[in-house]
Design a protein around this ligand. Structure first.
Ligand code: MG
Length: 382
């Protein structure tokens, strides 16, 4: 087993490398945005044949780090796409953050490459074209997002036509660090508080998305694309313990859920060993240690990012691209300390209200909506 690992220095990327180490899975190629030192280390450890550095200014230092080795070095978006589509591996794991992941996803599918997807922005913005291409190429996308892996696992037990038997999805949300806070209390929260997630250890962008609950809105759109359901079939439930990773409701009203400790190595490993399961690096779940599991409705009046994302899911077309682009740019500004926490939700909601939605039938339409949304945020705040 060999993989192409895009985003190898990130939270999902390094945990994927852990799983590879554990099971002797080879990494044929790997790509990072800027962390050339880690990429060079991984290249040496895993004897990686091809690497890609997304930001061109790190090409030289990477070349120096790898001097004397036979590893081929590629650069930028074209390099990412080339690695994504490299059939010398058996599977491409796309765990880059943000819209940058869309082109490599399409390149992989275009070339008939099996794909494990941790990059949710890809589906939120480009889901219409991505799913159409996957169907044409006969490729089942293996989700690495914990909720979508859970739904996928629940559906592994359903025989026959899933579209006739899948009635709904229960998408669980931890509620993030600001659960229970009022809108006015949120006005003064700091970056440090937003980056402090109660259950999951993740990268900075997704951790902020979890604090605004935008992450759950993105995941709603992701679920609709992956499993062919409408937004009204998905119920978002706040479940503080993150033990139930999501559930499906079947046509006979049976509910099947997937449970486990909150550890991304379980969904990552399943994507790599699918359809088989193997001993894991993750701990066992003890339900009696938890004792109580709680369930609650999300507060859409306080967490307006989630409200906007649900609206975008219902509208369809490029609405997903608009809220995603606006959110990505606003979160960048928040991480840079240039805007407040609540500005993210205001920016996303206003972008959705302001920018005209079109069918998301082409890459150009998706990228143009994304660019308009980012410009909208820059005009508003910069
Ligand atoms: Mg998730």
């Amino acid at each position: 087993m060999k993989i192409n690992l895009l985003g190898s220095s990130g939270s999902i990327g390094t945990q994927t490398a852990d799983v590879c180490r554990r099971h002797g899975i080879e990494i044929h190629s790997a790509a990072v945005k800027s962390n050339y030192k880690m990429l060079a280390e991984q290249a040496r450890e895993f004897d990686i044949r091809r690497v890609c550095i997304y930001e061109e200014k790190y090409y030289k230092p990477l070349k120096e780090e790898l001097s004397g080795s036979k590893t081929e070095i590629l650069v930028g978006s074209d390099g990412l796409c080339e690695l994504a589509a490299d059939r010398a591996a058996d599977l491409t794991v796309n765990s880059v953050v943000g819209m940058v992941g869309l082109k490599p996803t399409l390149a992989a599918l275009e070339n008939g490459m099996p794909l494990a997807l941790a990059n949710k922005e890809t589906l939120v913005a480009g889901g219409d074209i991505v799913m159409k291409l996957a169907a044409e190429k006969g490729i089942t996308i293996l989700p690495i997002d914990s909720e979508h892996s859970a739904i996928f696992q629940c559906l592994m037990g359903v025989k026959g036509d899933i579209s006739k038997q899948l009635k709904g999805i229960i998408l669980t949300a931890s509620g993030g660090p600001f659960y229970g806070k009022t809108a006015s209390e949120l006005e003064n929260v700091t970056l440090e508080q937003a980056l402090c997630h109660p259950n999951w250890s993740m990268g900075r962008k997704i951790t902020v998305d979890s604090a605004t609950l935008m992450n759950k809105g993105l995941e709603l759109m992701e679920a609709c694309h992956l499993f062919g359901v409408s937004p009204s079939q998905v119920e978002i439930v706040v479940h503080r313990q993150s033990v139930i990773h999501s559930a499906v409701v079947l046509s006979d009203n049976a509910v099947i859920a997937q449970l486990g400790v909150p550890d991304m190595k379980i969904p990552i490993q399943l994507a790599l060993t699918y359809p088989e399961r193997c001993p894991s690096l993750s701990g066992e779940l003890s339900l009696t240690d938890y004792g109580t599991l709680t369930f609650d409705k999300p507060d859409l009046e306080t967490f307006i990012c989630l409200k906007a994302a649900i609206q975008a899911a219902e509208i369809g077309g490029t609405a997903g691209s608009i809220v995603n682009g606006a959110n990505e740019r606003a979160v960048e500004l928040f991480l840079d300390g240039r805007i407040g926490f609540c500005d993210i939700g205001r920016g996303v909601s206003e972008a959705l209200a302001d920018i005209a939605v079109k069918p998301a039938a082409s890459l150009e339409a998706v990228l143009s909506a994304d660019a308009m949304a980012r410009e909208f945020i820059d005009r508003k705040f910069c």
